[in-house]
Design a protein around this ligand. Structure first.
Ligand code: FDA
Length: 391
């Protein structure tokens, strides 16, 4: 039976950051992961370039039952601290859009950096290792596929349920429940939305068409890229709104947010009333989308023959298209899991369970979910760092 100060379950962003910090403080640390390599989500993130943080981090960029919970960790280990870390390792990066920072080269550089930092801090890593059970007396007994370990502290950094193909399990929620912590209902987030077969029949020919759109639901609105897919809608604006959308909700989509559709159509009617509305719309949105809007309204007369009321209907279909998705693509493609370990159960400064001294939860397994744009990694770095100062 081997003894450690700290056992971290999960070699993802949060777990590795915590292990590095604890190791630097002289703690003996073992990181356990059932995958064959560390940082699998980092590797596939940001299209292989990892959107590792954002220049503009505020509590409004995070969803949680307690909107203030994340503030402490985020303000003690900030985006600037992470930028400083990667700069010290010579990793080049750039801002893509909306403050989102990506590696110039590859996400693998971040993984290699974390590996180097773990080595320097004397952290041990056990891959291809599963956790059979965790029990607590004075200390924690952690039964691994490789044998029994004992530690003073256990840090649960197993992530959420998204992308089971690369090792996501929901195991962290089971540990929470076993130790009596409540878990806020989980659901896939940052995920494409899907349509009912009746809507899909009309939309399918548009698959692959993309525009810049403004998408709203339940009091939130995102102005970003928008894409029609074979099963519904996607693109950054839809991934963002998916975190706020619930079954039965309507989504309002402005397919041309920089254009006052009614004003433009009226002007075109005055200039050249002999053109079809579909032709007029082609100056505003891609041809296929113009056809889709015109067909949806059964417009068979020229612009000159359209009343103001009719132009208003066309403009609404352009600037305020309403649609009710029926579902999402689920955990198979979701970037994150909404919900998780109830923040009421944790100390916001240390991430320690209030009921179980020595048991910590960090990263995505906690009920803190960031927007698209580097916020989820920043939460992983910050919460991992916070626990790493005290374990
Ligand atoms: P993470 O999921 O990274 O790590 C958990 C670890 O625990 C894994 O290594 C897993 O194998 C291990 N584990 C799970 N169950 C276990 C068990 N039973 N036993 C042992 N080990 C177990 N965010 C962002 O800010 N910018 C971005 O660019 C992206 N891009 C992106 C793309 C894609 C495709 C996805 C799916 C997600 C993103 N994200 C993102 C989200 C981001 O990847 C995510 O929020 C963080 O990786 C969460 O870090 P954690 O360390 O909490 O969990």
């Amino acid at each position: 039976m081997k003894k450690y100060d700290v056992i971290v379950i999960g070699a993802g962003a949060a777990g590795m950051m915590c292990a590095i910090e604890a190791g630097k403080r002289g703690r003996s640390v073992l990181v356990v992961d059932h995958s064959k390599s560390i940082g699998e989500k980092i590797r596939i993130s940001g299209g292989g370039r990892c959107n590792f943080t954002n220049l503009d981090i505020n509590r409004e960029n995070f969803i949680s039952q307690n909107p203030y919970f994340a503030v402490s960790a985020l303000s003690r280990f900030t985006q600037w601290d992470f930028i400083d870390l990667i700069s010290r390792h010579g990793i080049a990066y750039h801002e893509k859009t909306l403050g989102q920072l990506f590696c110039d080269g590859s996400a693998k550089e971040i993984i290699a950096m974390l590996q180097r930092e773990m080595q320097a801090a004397g952290v041990e890593v056990a891959l291809n290792t599963s956790v059979k059970s965790i029990d607590r007396t004075d200390e924690y007994q952690v039964s691994l596929s490789s044998g029994m370990m004992v530690s003073r502290a256990v840090v649960v950094a197993c992530g959420g349920k998204s992308i089971p193909k690369i090792g996501a399990t929901g195991f962290g929620y089971q540990i929470a429940e076993k130790f009596g912590l409540s878990v806020v209902e989980t659901r896939p987030a940052l995920v494409p939305l899907t349509f009912a077969p009746s809507d899909l029949a009309r939309i399918k020919p548009l698959a692959g068409t993309s525009v810049f759109a403004s998408v709203g639901c339940n009091g939130q609105r995102f102005d970003e890229g928008f894409l029609f897919t074979h099963r519904g809608i996607s693109g950054p604006s839809i991934l963002q709104i998916s975190s706020y959308w619930r079954e039965g909700d309507e989504v309002s989509i402005n397919l041309a947010p920089k254009v006052d559709g009614f004003g433009v159509l009226r002007a075109k009617r005055a200039e050249n009333g002999r053109i079809a509305p579909k032709t007029a719309l082609q100056d505003i949105v891609p041809k296929s989308l113009a056809g889709f809007i015109a067909e949806g309204l059964s417009l068979d007369r020229n612009l000159a023959d359209q009343s103001d009321k009719s132009l208003r209907l066309i403009a609404d279909a352009l600037n305020d298209w309403r649609i009710k998705p029926v579902g999402s693509e689920g955990y198979r493609t979701a970037e994150v899991t909404l919900g998780g370990v109830n923040t009421d159960e944790l100390d916001a400064k240390t991430m320690e369970s209030r009921k179980n001294p020595g048991l910590y939860f960090i990263g995505e397994v906690v009920d803190v979910t960031g927007w698209l744009g580097g916020y989820n990694f920043q939460w992983a770095w910050s919460s991992g760092w916070a626990a790493g100062q005290v374990v």
